[in-house]
Design a protein around this ligand. Structure first.
Ligand SMILES: [Cu+2]
Length: 340
């Protein structure tokens, strides 16, 4: 059983900086080689008609077979990398427009960073080469062409990028089926189950706020969990909405990681009444569902909050607007619910 005390102890003893097993190899061959494709597609998200989306798909060309995990939704596959690995990603643009992929939060050489000036035309290819330098944690990838990033992400182009380290195993963090990624997005759903990006002039100022929350690409997402510890990887891939997330039963959240990876021995784990998550931010939680009554349901809810400064403040910033609109549009709507 994983306890907080043990977690702190192991972190103190082991830390997160280990030897890099791949450092001695030649620079010629990557440890992992992946293919990633962006293309128009359709997904069954809501009841009835399929939703037109843009979708990342991919495969492992060489190296660890589990370095890429296909997604069950319109979201891109999860890239599952190990710190120190040399990675090659062959990206193909099969969209009808220019694009390029950015590895959000990752420390990579400039040519592998997906800056808009490297954007490629439809039918083009871009080969990324980098060594995984980031500490263990939860990162993202998404398109980054000039002026079209919001649009392309909105219609589905985004995925998780997880970095692992051997030291995590020693720390006893839950893994495998006991690790639950939760990608949170709000979307505006229009006639025929289409996603509607930028309908009003105000959208350009405020960002696009949706009327439906999707978790891992599904509305009303719910997960059955075992009465034990889980590692939750939360990522906000909304256009503008900021979430203030809390457990529906009022228990504190246990934060073990942020945008910069797992908290250090000195920093964490940290108990908080709620966490705020802005677009493209990630946060990792530990939660022991065994602490709750068997069969109990608990939800991660997005609480209403006021950013202060009144309506004008909201008008000036997409983020604040997201928060304030939360009261009217979202209410206490659950972002995700569990039945234990
Ligand atoms: Cu980014």
């Amino acid at each position: 059983m994983w306890t907080r005390r043990e977690f702190v102890k192991t972190l103190g003893a082991g830390g997160l900086v280990g030897a890099f097993p791949h450092a001695a190899r030649s620079a010629a061959d990557p440890d992992v080689s992946l293919r990633l494709v962006a293309a128009p597609s359709h997904a069954r998200i809501f009841g009835g008609a399929e939703t037109p989306v843009l979708r990342f798909t991919g495969e492992v060309l060489s190296g660890r077979r589990d370095a890429l995990k296909p997604s069950a939704s319109y979201l891109g596959p999860t890239l599952d990398l190990v710190r120190g690995e040399r990675v090659r990603i062959v990206f193909e643009n099969r969209l009808a427009e220019t694009t390029i992929v950015h590895w959000h939060g990752m420390i990579v050489p400039e040519a592998a960073d997906g800056h808009p000036r490297f954007a490629i035309a439809p039918g083009g290819r871009y080969v990324y080469e980098f060594t995984v330098r980031n500490p263990a944690g939860t990162y993202l990838y998404h398109p980054h062409p000039h002026g079209r990033t919001g649009h392309q992400v909105y219609y589905g182009l985004a995925g998780l990028l997880i970095v692992r380290e051997p030291a995590e195993r020693d720390m006893g963090l839950p893994s495998g089926a006991f690790e639950l990624p939760l990608v949170i997005q709000d979307r505006r759903v229009a006639e025929g189950n289409r996603l509607a990006f930028k309908r009003m002039m105000m959208d350009d100022m405020n960002g696009v706020l949706g009327d439906t929350v999707l978790v891992n690409g599904q509305p009303d997402a719910a997960f059955r969990v075992a009465p034990r510890g889980y590692r939750l990887r939360l990522a906000n891939v909304s256009n503008a909405r900021i979430y203030k997330l809390a457990w529906s039963d009022g228990r504190p959240l246990t934060v073990i990681g942020t945008d910069n990876g797992l908290l250090s021995a000195a920093e964490g784990p940290q108990e908080r009444p709620y966490v705020t998550l802005a677009p493209f931010e990630r946060i990792e939680l530990f939660e022991d569902f065994g602490r709750r009554r068997a069969g109990a349901e608990v939800a991660l809810v997005s609480q209403a909050f006021s950013a202060g400064g009144g309506m004008m403040g909201g008008m000036m910033s997409g983020g604040m607007m997201g928060g304030m609109m939360g009261r009217g549009m979202m209410g206490e709507k659950a972002a995700v619910a569990w039945g234990a």
